[in-house]
Write a protein that binds this ligand. Structure first.
Ligand code: A2P
Length: 324
């Protein structure tokens, strides 16, 4: 079974540098994927209220823990506060629901999923849409107040660490200036075409570890129709052929060598196993430079959220109006 190295948070807690991403898998796929992942050595799982799969993941984790096949302390579980819960008074409610579904008494990391809040009627209304088709936004999102409620979850033992996702540097600055417990981790889109060099340097300065979502360049999207996605880029495929690895292994190894935590999603047992086999080789400085040069900055970004949440760019906390 492969041993996955860990990164250390400011508070000493450790996070495996590779975990299973779980967005966009149905419940049956999810149960099977988590089962196979646990069997082949994954101990880090990333989910979110918005992915609607916490209960399926919890089914498998609960079984493994109760049968003594894995100890809770060996697992690293992340989940996220949905945008429709982006208010201080909603944090406890949503984290309690997540814990119940995951069959856990605490998560290792609880993230604010996105800085712009929405106004859902209840927990089943996670993507509220108005009659005009636009998202129903909470224009009064107060990130500093929200963060205090996140800190309270650490105090209460419901989250070992707290963090953020999809924030920009200005928003992080505000949290850093007002917080009592700093964000341990920032989860953002990072892959070969969108390497987030400035944001990573900014997080590094603040001792915030970085986790890449979409680390393979999310090939399930059709955004790359005009040209090859990262997995098919000739630099990646030729390096993979030369080193006897797969393109996915090259892309993941590149990010891991940059000190980034990766959470590739796969519900396919072979690919899921393959993605974990990235600790038996090292990319040379030359190979790293070649992969670094694939970065297209903001042009390489896939997830702009405007497609999923119509009108969200008009929210005062929409994070992508500034360069990073
Ligand atoms: P599948 O679940 O069928 O394996 P990302 O984590 O960057 O968002 O990418 C997830 C997508 O990449 C999913 O469509 C997943 O499909 C696919 N994928 C995951 N691992 C691999 C791999 N090793 N090679 C090719 N595609 C992969």
């Amino acid at each position: 079974m492969s041993q996955v190295p860990k990164v250390k948070f400011f508070n000493g807690q450790e996070m495996p540098v590779l975990g299973l991403g779980t967005w966009q898998a149905n419940d049956d796929e999810m149960r099977q994927a988590v089962q196979v992942a646990l069997e082949c050595g994954y101990r880090h799982f990333d989910t979110a209220t918005l992915y609607l799969n916490e209960a399926a993941i919890g089914d498998v984790l609960g079984k493994w823990i109760s049968e003594g096949k894995v100890a809770r302390e060996e697992l690293f579980i992340t989940t996220k506060l949905p945008m429709a819960g982006g208010r201080a008074e909603d944090v406890l409610k949503f984290l309690t629901l997540s814990l119940k579904k995951l069959q856990l008494s605490y998560v290792d990391l609880y993230l604010v999923h996105f800085p712009a809040g929405l106004k859902g009627k209840d927990e089943d209304d996670l993507r509220p849409v108005g009659p005009d088709g636009n998202s129903v936004m909470d224009m009064d999102t107060d990130l500093e107040r929200l963060w205090k409620a996140m800190e309270a979850q650490v105090d209460a033992g419901r989250a070992k660490s707290i963090g953020i996702s999809n924030f920009n540097s200005e928003q992080i600055d505000r949290i850093m200036k007002s917080c009592r417990i700093q964000p341990a981790n920032h989860q953002v889109e990072i892959h070969a075409f969108h390497q987030q060099k400035e944001l990573r340097a900014f997080c590094h300065k603040h001792n915030i570890t970085v986790c890449a979502y979409g680390p393979l360049g999310a090939p399930y999207k059709d955004e790359w129709t005009k040209e090859q996605p990262p997995l098919q880029h000739p630099v990646v495929t030729s390096m993979a052929a030369r080193l006897g690895k797969t393109p996915a292994q090259i892309l993941l190894r590149h990010l891991i060598q940059l000190g980034i935590v990766v959470i590739p999603k796969s519900s396919n047992p072979d690919r899921l196993r393959q993605n974990l086999q990235v600790f038996d080789f090292k990319l040379s400085d030359g190979d790293m430079r070649e992969l670094d040069s694939l970065d297209r900055g903001r042009d390489g970004k896939i997830f702009i959220f405007k497609n999923f949440y119509l009108g969200i760019e008009n929210h005062p906390e929409f994070p992508f109006h500034i360069p990073f």
